[in-house]
Design a protein around this ligand. Sequence first.
Ligand code: FE2
Length: 349
Amino acid sequence: MSSIEIMVSDCTESDIIAEDVVNPNGLTVLVRGAVITDYIKKRLTEMGIEKVTVYNSMDNYDNFVNNTSYQDCKQQYKETVLLIKNIIDGLLRGEQLQYNGIVNAANKILGLKNDKRNVINYLNKIRSADEYTYTHCVDVAFYSMLIGAWLNLPDEEINEVIQAGLLHDIGKVKIPNKILNKKGKLTTEEFNIIKKHTILGHEILSKMDDISDGVKNAVIFHHERMDGTGYPFGMSATFIDLYSKIVAIADVFDAMTSDRVYRKRKTPFDVFEMFKTVGVRIFDSTILNTFIKKISPYYIGANVMLNNGERGRIVYIPPRDVLSPIIEIQSDYLDLSIQNNVEILSIGG
Ligand SMILES: [Fe+2]
């Protein structure tokens, strides 16, 4: 697909951004694949951005999203879910963990590093309470890959952080299903049993010399929190390592934005709000801010349902105030930073 740099004033609606657009403060305002709208043209002009790079010879947006790399992403996701299923079934039968399968899957997921839009689009689509045990591990691996890439880690480290995502909850094979899948509130005793999945997971991996210490640490420490309120040890920030901090954020973001048998999913904006309040105390703030800043522009263009019953489309997300997107409803624009009583109920669809 070829691209061309043009004046913002010459952009037409439905032009597709080919290179990320950064504002004069260095914040990303639009990511590759965003579609130009009148509102975006207005905002870019207000920011003093004169030129953007857009794809040329593009029939329509469907050509961009239904391309082969989207299919590759979907294929890779499905293959990895199957792999995790086989690994878990194997462990339940008392077999050894097939670590080479994890390494292969991590390599292939790493191969999607430059295709973040398709990865994020796909992750947004496959929200289902079925097979959560398997899909959650794969989701966390994909989100961990994105975070590793946004932190500019070397590929070997991103590969390991993907492995950590795939394996983070592996200790759950040793937790009785009736506790794991319980629909009601867990008793303190049941929650204490669930907490053991960290130590049990580490036990499964501990004798496998091929697996790096970083990956093993993330399995045992991914529920540790920066203020010492996590488990199993209640460690403080200085003792929690990088992979554990990345997987912790990927884990919570995915769990909150997924449908569960006992509750509906939350929107990414609800999670950003939690991240910006409670999150700053319990997660690494640099990684958290990078995640919010980098992932939020990908929600521009998403369809939303509001709490007043109206449907609209996100046309812009201010990088300094990601909790207040601008929503287009028919030909009106709603600024959520002004309309305090309006909230996004659901996103996508
Ligand atoms: Fe966990």
